[in-house]
Design a protein around this ligand. Structure first.
Ligand code: FE2
Ligand code: FE2
Length: 149
């Protein structure tokens, strides 16, 4: 799945779609936590999940300040983000982490675009830059751990 998040023309729409993307990502994290066998992997994924919870809180605060409705859950793409993790988990932890890594590519792409987006105020840009660093850290761990597992 290649995300289109970050290609919106207005700041409120960008924030709304980032929230949908975060909720879809969190659903996949929950799926991975339930299905991973290695307890250390579960624990690390749960720690990353709390970064996503923080991203949702920050995005929701921005949406509130814009008077824009903040989605409380994801959209139909959740079926893709969670479905590929569920399927991959049948093949073991390494495959589960690879599926999670591919979801992370979408969050990285979305925040890269959000950081470059011309409508984003400075304070929000700093939050997006922090979120981008978080997503890159998640991706790097998943990549290294999947290859070693
Ligand atoms: Fe996130
Ligand atoms: Fe992530």
């Amino acid at each position: 799945m290649v995300t289109t998040v970050g290609t919106e023309t207005t700041f409120p729409r960008l924030v709304r779609n980032l929230l949908l993307l975060e909720h879809d990502a969190i659903a996949a994290y929950e799926q991975a936590i339930a299905r991973l066998d290695n307890p250390a992997f579960k624990q690390q994924i749960a720690a990353f999940r709390s970064d996503h919870d923080r991203h949702v809180q920050e995005l929701t605060r921005i949406a509130d300040s814009l008077g824009t409705e903040a989605p409380l859950e994801g959209d139909a793409k959740k079926l893709l983000t969670t479905g590929k993790v569920a399927l991959a988990s049948l093949l073991g932890d390494s495959a589960t982490l690879m599926a999670m890594r591919s979801n992370e590519e979408d969050t990285i792409t979305a925040y890269e675009r959000a950081c470059q987006h011309s409508t984003v105020p400075a304070e929000a840009r700093r939050l997006f830059e922090q979120a981008l660093q978080d997503e890159r850290r998640h991706h790097a761990w998943m990549d290294q751990t999947a290859k070693a597992a």
